[in-house]
Structure formats: C-alpha cells, structure tokens
Design a protein around this ligand. Structure first.
Ligand code: CIR
Length: 254
C-alpha cells in the first residue's frame, strides 16, 4: 500500500537556536527555507499530499516532526521527546494525528524520539540513545506487542538517533554506518554499508518506490543507482548542521 500523506512543519527564524551536536556552523535560514521547500516538492513528486504545519515560535527544532510520533497502519504513538527543550512539541501533533489514527502515548519517566524508531515491515527496532531511555523503549514495546508487532532494542552510541545511522530502503535492504552494519538483529537483511566519509547518507528516505538521498555523496549514490533505485537527490546541508536528515522532516501516513 502506498503512502498518501506527509506531514511536515515549517521552520521558524529561530531555527538556528535548536539543539545540535554538530560543529558545522549556524544554518543560513533562507537557504534552509529553500531546502525545506525542495523537500516538500520532492515528496509531492512521490505522489504524496503534503500538509505543511506552521512553525512554532517556542520550539526551534519543530521542523523535525519525526521525533514527535511513531506511525503505523492502524495507530500512532505520541512520543515523549528526550530533550527538555523539545518535550512540548508532542502537544502540537496530537490533534492532527487524532484525525487519522487511534492514539497511544509514551509518558514520563519514559523518553522516546521518533528518530530512534526504525520500522521494517512489522518489525520495530528501537534505539537506546541520549534521547530514548529504557522506560520509553519498554513503553513502546508494550504498545507494539498489544497489536502483535515485534520489536527489538539496539544501543546507539556514535550518532544522535538510530535512524541517523541506519535506514530501511525497501527490498530487504538497509543503508548503514559501521556502527550498526554487523548488528545481529540485521543479519537477515542485505546491509549496504556506507563509506565512513559518507556516513550522513545512511539516513535516506524510501517512499513510494523512490529514494530521497542527500546530495553530494557520490559513492553511495552510484551504489544505489546500480541497485536500480529511482533516486532523488536533495540538498539538506542546513538541516545537517542541526543534526537532522531526510527522515526527520516528515511523518508519513498510508
Ligand atoms: C535535535 O537535536 O533534536 C534536532 N536538532 C535534530 C533532530 C533530528 N531528528 C531526527 O533525527 N529524527
């Protein structure tokens, strides 16, 4: 079944004040706005309707909507984002997702960012990271189990979120950095390890048989093209500066 809707959130002029572990300089706001518009355009060209929510003045990291929810075909889990400056963001997504899905919740002391949840068909891999704690992962696992969905936890140490370092790109293929490529949970999949200098490309977005990839990572692009992927290259440098990537900028619904 194809995805039909992408929910994204516009960035505000305060975007540069968000959290980051990167040392790549401050984003250029106008460039970031342009890159966000191109991202929305790419989603539309993948046959998605794009709902653009307004920026939130009190939450500079608000365009990274992926962290506020985990969406499945039948329900959505509103997360409890792990960074104190981002916790209120969950309140802003509830009423929107309630129009499409039954809601479940991760609650304090549980902490969980959507960026730590990698969905591969009916299996969910949950990263234990700076943002997602044991209680948050345990709460999500309990919810998933109620719906007969399998889940596993994976420790995350070198990147912000699990999906910063590994994403599913369909056809039993995952794109991964060295940190996750030999993880036993991924043995049953085809692992495509990105070269260390192209680690940022481990976060690609596979949607409706297209693959959105960050621009300027030639080795990974060549590999993906040789595997037959219909790639769409997007410049996301200003989001990379704020520790974000292609998956972080949308919530996708079938
Ligand atoms: C943060 O530190 O929370 C944001 N600056 C970046 C969040 C990126 N989100 C994601 O990978 N899912």
């Amino acid at each position: 079944m194809k995805h039909k809707l992408a929910i994204v959130r516009q960035l505000g002029r305060n975007f540069t004040e968000g959290q980051t572990t990167k040392n790549l300089g401050k984003p250029d706001i106008d460039k970031a706005l342009g890159q966000h518009a191109s991202y929305c355009g790419a989603l539309r060209s993948c046959d998605l309707e794009v709902m653009v929510l307004p920026a939130l003045a009190e939450y500079p990291d608000c365009p990274f909507v992926e962290d506020t929810a985990v969406i499945t075909d039948h329900f959505a889990v509103i997360t409890n984002p792990g960074h104190p400056t981002r916790q209120g963001e969950k309140e802003t997504i509830k009423s929107i997702l309630a129009q499409y899905r039954k809601l479940e919740f991760v609650q304090s002391p549980g902490k969980l960012d959507g960026g730590d949840v990698l969905k591969i068909n009916d299996n969910f891999y949950i990263g234990l990271s700076e943002r997602t704690n044991d209680q948050g992962a345990a709460q999500l696992r309990k919810i998933l189990k109620k719906y007969a969905l399998e889940s596993y936890t994976i420790p995350v140490s070198t990147v912000l979120h699990l999906k910063t370092g590994v994403t599913y790109i369909g056809n039993s293929n995952i794109l991964s950095t060295a940190e996750f490529s030999s993880h036993p949970e991924f043995k049953k999949l085809n692992v495509i390890e990105v070269p260390p200098e192209e680690n940022y490309t481990a976060n690609c977005l596979y949607i409706n048989n297209y693959l959105l990839v960050p621009k300027s990572f030639p080795k990974t692009l060549k590999k993906l093209k040789s595997l037959g992927y219909s790639t769409i290259e997007l410049e996301v440098t200003e989001f990379e500066k704020m520790d974000g990537g292609l998956t972080c900028l949308s919530l996708l619904l079938k």
